[in-house]
Design a protein around this ligand. Structure first.
Ligand code: DQA
Length: 151
């Protein structure tokens, strides 16, 4: 079984996790979430690299740099979920399978959060399980990529 390289991307304001609206986003901070993903990655034979930015262009650049280097992306695009054509185009252009993640269930919240510009091009979506959304997404993405390896 070949090791997988997975990039975990976090969009704007997710650096504030732990202090930011805990009723929506829980009490775990980003370092806790990244550490849980690295630990899970070890058991799934996945190398995890993580990246957070508050800037749309930096997220786009990171996707470009990941092309041909990573097997898949777990991404919480945060507010850019609802607005970013640029991020959508980067993910489409680089052909990297990705899972869209949200800590909160965006469909139970304000109407403007119901629309995702990435959902229809994602391999899968996980939302509403707090920090566990990320680990569920990593499990799902790895299973998907492993299934591709065997065909
Ligand atoms: C979020 C949901 C988005 O609507 C919001 O802008 C975020 C976080 C989530 O993880 O629940 O910043 O992506």
């Amino acid at each position: 079984m070949q090791a997988l390289n997975i990039l975990v991307m976090h969009g704007p304001n997710l650096n504030l996790l732990g202090k930011r609206e805990p009723e929506h986003y829980g009490v775990q901070n980003l370092a806790d979430i990244n550490a849980a993903l690295v630990a899970l990655g070890e058991s799934l034979d996945c190398a995890i690299t993580s990246f957070q930015s508050n800037h749309e262009g930096e997220l786009v650049e990171q996707v470009h740099q990941a092309a041909d280097k990573v097997d898949g992306i777990v991404i919480n695009p945060a507010a850019y979920t609802h607005t970013s054509v640029a991020l959508r185009d980067a993910l489409l252009g680089c052909h990297i399978p990705f899972v869209e993640v949200h800590l909160s269930n965006i469909h139970r919240r304000e109407e403007f959060r119901h629309r995702s510009l990435l959902a229809d091009i994602a391999t899968g979506i996980v939302a509403g399980f707090g920090a566990d959304s990320y680990t569920l997404a990593l499990r799902g993405l790895c299973a998907h990529l492993r299934a591709q390896q065997t065909v």
